[in-house]
Design a binder for this molecule. Structure first.
Ligand code: MGD
Ligand code: MGD
Ligand code: SF4
Ligand code: MO
Length: 730
């Protein structure tokens, strides 16, 4: 028996813990804690279950070609060569007939980390701007919107901070474990923690202050904090005077939000709002870590900008214990360069879906920030978390379904369950049914894969070499080593894009034969190869430098922190942040529904087929407050339909005293792998939050076109248990 132990970056979820992976006789056997004591606690039970996932009997191991009707789930096995030849031929046909913009890609770098921006490179050479990702509802869009204000997406200095503000964000032992550990360590040092959450979340339970705001009112809350900070002169006057533009204009806007108004909007007592604002502003080093809550609401752009503005005016930018603007790691060629964004013509960039109406994270803004980005960060298309020049997903699905404003006819999905990962699931289905070519690169037969023409088997993190750089969010490089070969014909997304590129004659731009060649290339400026890197250690990070802006200015058009956004102004949007109310509850739909509260055993739409994990959470639940349940006459554990004016889902009811009255929680990502062959698309429409949430023009954030997942009107109605979900009977 030969036993191997290697360093890995776990990609079961997207925080990328550093762990170790063991294999015996060519099979992954265990994922264990890191041998560095600083990293040893960063592992959760999903990571421990990785061998169960990587060795699972249902993993796709051979390229599959559709033989039945689309979505019928009937396949024949073909060779990788044949699959790539046919895919290339069909994509060429779509491009000839409809133009390169008729080709769209949806992906999620966390799962297909071996892409190295070769998808963008291929698309840019071909002429298509229509790349999007699940990160458009997560840290990707936050990164792009942060750039509007100070040209970079910072990372909180958890190690030295004295105050942590969590807007909904709820890291815990089995959810974003490293951040949970860092918050705990800070708390033990005496740092204060402020939580803003309608529920009593895990973090709220142990917070110094808990503000139970109404869902979807984060922007108003931040405006209230600014009101206190300005009125009580708690801001960093010197920094504001020297480094910020538009202070007077912002102050006038903030004056429109006296605490009485903020109390009315958020439902939080004005004294508590003031206390929290003071605690944050007067801490010596305070952070507002990234949160997905403000990535998914009708005032998303304003709310994210308000976090940026709070960081800036309180003097927390690029200081010890505040928010660090790290910049690119000089030893690793960033995806921003590999993507070849300068190859795409301005005319094609302007066709990017979202460019006209909801441009905040599209090429339109990237072009406006090009010069300052190059000056400050060394790259014109400085991208972080892959989010800085994306197409708008809603617009892509509309173009796929309706040909509006032009047809999209070929759709590639890599490491993303696109059908269920954006709002308005019916439109996504309509769009997919209307394609000439769909290709999915996956580990498992997801509902999205079932709708494809070709399904290619992907590799998993134990089967590939990688150096993770958090998609340029931090400047840390972490080693992930291959410990076993991918099963049968499974292969990396690197291989997919290079093989496709060769079939399009882009060989010159895709000179790499192997993934290791690619890693050698990315390390080339440091004069090392991947083999040398892995022999030298498992992690590298440049020594942080602070207040770098004193040398370079900020990467914005004015070189300052733009409290008044010149970019938004130039595009005809409100240059100052505001609160916009989500759709109102009514007699018919009296509750505010929010999506989220991730379940511990699963990452997003994944792992429902992994027994060890599924047993921990067999079925999806709607959370409701006890008094609301009593009012509705509903019992704990009973079956309900959660209905909105957009759709309905079926789940169990979970009565929880921690819920805020008037609110309902719907989980994300439920489908039923065990119902394959029984229910259409394995029950993808039975319990998915994406069915409930609309993406109508009037209901999305103006600047980015982001849906309002945090507080849309709904109701619950008791129903019989759906037969197909009777787990006892099955
Ligand atoms: N409706 C709705 N949509 C949402 C959200 C929501 O709450 N509601 N949340 C948003 C958020 S926060 C995020 S981060 C995104 C997440 O979006 P994604 O990160 O794309 O997550 P999933 O959509 O679950 O798709 C992941 C797929 O990748 C596959 N996979 C896993 N590892 C690998 C691999 O190594 N290679 C390949 N090829 N495939 C792999 C899994 O089997 C799974 O099917 O979704 C966003 N979309
Ligand atoms: N086990 C596990 N861990 C995960 C994931 C997973 O799928 N499974 N996904 C990872 C990913 S990609 C992400 S994005 C994160 C998400 O994880 P978190 O950042 O923790 O976000 P959620 O779990 O969606 O919701 C957190 C809290 O937001 C509150 N909330 C709801 N609406 C609002 C609102 O309008 N305003 C405010 N202030 N609070 C609100 C909810 O009550 C909830 O307690 O988790 C990561 N960690
Ligand atoms: S939190 Fe768990 S699933 Fe996520 S990267 Fe870490 S070990 Fe893996
Ligand atoms: Mo996320």
């Amino acid at each position: 028996m030969t036993k191997t132990t290697k360093y890995s970056v776990c990609t079961i979820c997207d925080i990328g813990c550093q762990v170790r992976t063991q294999a015996e006789n060519g099979e992954v056997t265990r994922v264990i804690a890191h041998d560095n004591p600083m990293l040893a606690k960063n592992i959760c039970f999903k990571g421990v279950a990785a061998p169960r996932i990587h060795n699972h009997k249902d993993r796709i191991r051979k390229p599959l070609k559709r033989v039945g009707e689309r979505g019928e789930d009937k396949w024949e096995e073909i060779s990788f060569e044949q699959a790539m030849d046919e895919i290339a031929e069909k994509l060429k046909k779509v491009v000839e007939e409809y133009g390169p913009e008729a080709f769209a890609v949806s992906t999620s770098g966390w799962n297909t980390q071996t892409t190295h921006a070769l998808d963008r490179r291929f698309m840019n050479l071909l002429g298509s701007p229509n790349w999007t990702s699940g990160v458009s509802l997560c840290a990707g869009n936050t990164a792009a919107v942060n750039k509007l204000t100070y040209g970079w997406f910072p990372m909180g200095d958890f190690g030295a901070t004295n105050c942590i503000v969590l807007f909904g964000h709820n890291p815990r032992k089995h959810s974003w474990t490293p951040i949970y550990n860092q918050i705990n360590a800070a708390r033990e040092r005496g740092a204060k923690v402020i939580v803003l959450d309608p529920r009593v979340s895990d973090q709220a339970e142990v917070a110094d202050l808990h503000l139970r705001l109404r869902a979807g009112t984060d922007a108003a809350m931040c405006l209230g904090w600014l009101k206190v900070i300005f009125d009580e002169e708690l801001y960093d006057k010197e920094f504001v005077k020297t480094w910020c533009n538009g202070f007077e204009e912002l102050k006038a806007r903030v004056d429109e939000y006296p605490l009485e108004r903020v109390e009315e909007i958020t439902g939080v007592d004005r004294d508590l709002i003031a206390e929290a604002a003071r605690m944050y502003a007067s801490a010596d080093g305070a952070i507002i870590p990234w949160t997905p809550i403000t990535d998914m609401q009708i005032s998303s752009t304003s709310a994210i900008r308000l976090h940026s503005i709070l960081r800036a005016v309180t003097g927390n930018l690029d200081v010890v214990g505040g928010e660090t603007l790290g910049g690119f790691n000089p030893d690793y060629i960033p995806e921003s360069e590999i993507g070849l964004h300068e190859e795409l013509s301005l005319a094609q960039k302007a066709k990017q879906l979202g460019y006209e109406d909801h441009p905040a994270y599209t090429y339109r803004v990237a072009e406006m920030l090009k010069e300052p980005c190059e000056k400050v960060w060394g790259y014109p298309y400085a991208d972080q978390v892959m989010g800085c020049h994306m197409a708008n997903p809603t617009k892509i699905f509309r173009a796929m379904a309706k040909g509006d404003p032009y047809p999209v006819k070929a759709f590639f999905v890599l490491g993303n369950n696109a059908l269920m990962s954006y709002p308005n699931q019916q439109q996504i289905l309509d769009g997919m049914m209307n394609q000439d070519l769909i290709v999915t690169h996956e580990l498992f037969m997801t509902p999205t894969a079932m709708l494809s023409d070709y399904v290619l088997p992907g590799d998993a993190f134990s089967e590939r070499n990688h150096i993770a750089d958090s998609w340029s969010w931090t400047s840390r490089l972490t080693l992930s080593q291959k410990v076993v070969e991918p099963p049968e014909e499974a292969s990396s997304s690197f291989q997919f894009w290079t093989e496709l590129a060769r079939r399009f004659g882009f060989d010159r731009h895709f000179p790499w034969e192997t993934l290791e060649d690619m890693l050698d290339y990315r390390l080339s400026r440091s004069g090392r190869t991947f083999a040398e890197f892995e022999s030298q250690g498992f992690m590298e990070m440049p020594t942080p430098e602070f207040r770098k802006y004193r040398k370079t200015g900020f990467a914005t058009p004015s070189g300052k922190v733009e409290l008044f956004s010149s970019v938004l102004d130039e595009m005809g949007f409100d240059p100052l942040p505001y609160h916009r109310e989500g759709p109102a509850v009514s007699e018919e739909y009296p509750y505010l529904v929010f999506t989220g509260v991730r379940e511990d055993p699963f990452f997003q739409t994944g792992q429902r087929n992994i027994k060890e994990l599924r047993d921990r959470c067999p079925l999806p639940s709607v959370f409701i407050h006890p008094e609301d349940a009593a009012k509705e006459g509903l019992d704990n554990g009973g079956w309900v339909e959660l209905q909105t004016d957009h759709g309905k889902v079926t789940m169990q009811l979970s009565i929880q005293a921690s819920m805020k009255q008037g609110h309902l929680r719907v989980p994300h990502g439920w489908w039923y792998p065990e119902l394959r062959g029984q229910e259409h698309l394995s029950g993808a429409f039975l319990s998915s939050d994406a069915v409930l949430c609309s993406d109508d023009e009037g209901l999305i954030d103006y600047e980015q076109g982001i849906p309002h997942f945090k507080g849309f009107p709904g109701r619950v109605v008791g129903v019989e248990m759906p037969e197909s979900l009777d787990r006892e009977a099955s």
